[in-house]
Each structure stands twice: as C-alpha cells, then as structure tokens.
Design a protein around this ligand. Structure first.
Ligand code: SIN
Ligand code: FE2
Length: 214
C-alpha cells in the first residue's frame, strides 16, 4: 500500500503530565535501528522469560547496554550479564543511544543518559499486562519507548492500577516518553493484531530505554 504520509515531519501529542508521544520520530532511522536489533539478537537472542509467578511471557525479549532487564522464577532484576549466554549484554548501538537522547530532549528531558535498553518483540497475539516500570534506581530519569513494525494499542493509566486508561495506537516510528509526574504510571500493550508490516514483517519491536543504575 502506498503510504501518503511517509515523508510527513514528526509531530508531538501530549499524553499526561510529563508524558508525550513523538509521532513518527524514529521513522527516518528505522532501517539502521532494525539492523542494529538483528546484531544484538545475534549475540543475545530473543527469549520468552518466565515471571516469578511462573507465567511464560508472550513477548520475546533481549537487551543491550551496560544493564539488561530480566525476570525469572526468583524475581525481576537488572544485570550486566545475559543469564542465557553468560556474557555481558551487547553494547548499546550508537544509533539507539542517539535516538533515545534526542527523543528525551524533545520531550523536555535533556540530560537523559540511558544505561539499559530492553528490546521487546511481539508476534500477533502477544501482549504486555498492566504494570509500572519501577525496578530502576533512578526515578528522576524518564522512560523512552520506541515502536517499530506492526501497530499496537498502548494503554496509559495513572499511579493506581484502577485509574482510568487512555488508549493510543502506536505505529511504526512512534516514540513515547514518560517521566516526572507520570514516571510510575501504569501501562500495558493489548494483544497484537495479525498483520504484516512492509518493512518489518509480522512483528512489532519496542525499544525501552531507561536509567537503571545510579
Ligand atoms: C514496556 O512497557 O516495557 C513496553 C511497552 C511497549 O511495548 O510499547
Ligand atoms: Fe513498561
């Protein structure tokens, strides 16, 4: 299908206090970002982690950067070593770091210095249940979340699990940044719909940049 808006300049949409959607912000860099994802996954492959409750996650995950997020039967943690390969997580590609810092700056967080990038891979049907990102030592740093490939419905709530949820469709190249007042807001991804993205195929990738350590 011809994409009439492929060349449209990025624009931003406020989401909540401290949170903004930078629409199409990563689109111009998608080829480099996808190639870098492949390079990371060649060293630390995508895997379906198991939560402390014994649930195998439908989203496949890997990491890059000094610290990587994992979960297993014992709990959630950030660590320098990939528990599967026994080696350090792959370095954070320059194009990742640059994009994350530019997006954070565009959202009002000019000093963001991420030390962790979680890479999520969703196939149709995969979802992420409602949760807070709260395993990080530095809650003054924002979360920068980059979407590539198939669209997904992102739910964004408040500080309490029962707070009303906004629903936003995240599409290829969209970046969500949340920090400040909304840093600990609950969020989720609804089950991915079937489809095939012209550049990415039957997948959605999400890069989540965080400052995990002091
Ligand atoms: C996350 O909450 O860690 C990822 C959200 C997303 O996939 O957009
Ligand atoms: Fe999250």
């Amino acid at each position: 299908m011809l994409d009439l808006f492929a060349d449209q300049a990025p624009w931003s949409e406020p989401l909540a206090p401290g949170a903004v959607i930078l629409r199409r912000f990563a689109r111009a860099h998608s080829t480099a970002l996808l190639a870098a994802i492949e390079q990371v996954a060649a060293v630390s492959p995508f895997r379906h982690m198991v939560t402390p409750g014994g649930y195998t996650m439908s989203v496949a995950m890997t990491n890059c950067g000094p610290l990587g997020w994992s979960t297993d039967r014992h709990g959630y943690c950030y660590a320098a070593v990939d528990p599967q390969s026994g080696k350090p997580w792959p370095a954070m590609p320059d194009c990742f770091r640059q994009l994350a810092q530019e997006a954070a700056t565009g959202a009002g967080y000019p000093t963001f210095n991420p030390d962790a990038c979680l890479i999520n891979r969703y196939q149709p049907g995969a979802k992420l249940s409602l949760h807070q990102d709260k395993d990080e030592a530095r809650l003054d740093a924002p979360i920068v979340s980059v979407s590539l490939g198939l669209p997904a419905v992102f739910q964004f709530g408040g500080l309490n699990r029962s707070d009303p949820l906004q629903r936003v469709l995240l599409e290829h190249g969209d970046v969500v940044v949340w920090g400040g007042e909304s840093r600990l807001f609950y969020h989720a991804i609804l089950p991915l719909k079937e489809g095939s993205h012209p550049q990415v195929g039957p997948w959605r990738y999400n890069l989540t940049f965080r400052r995990a350590a002091e």
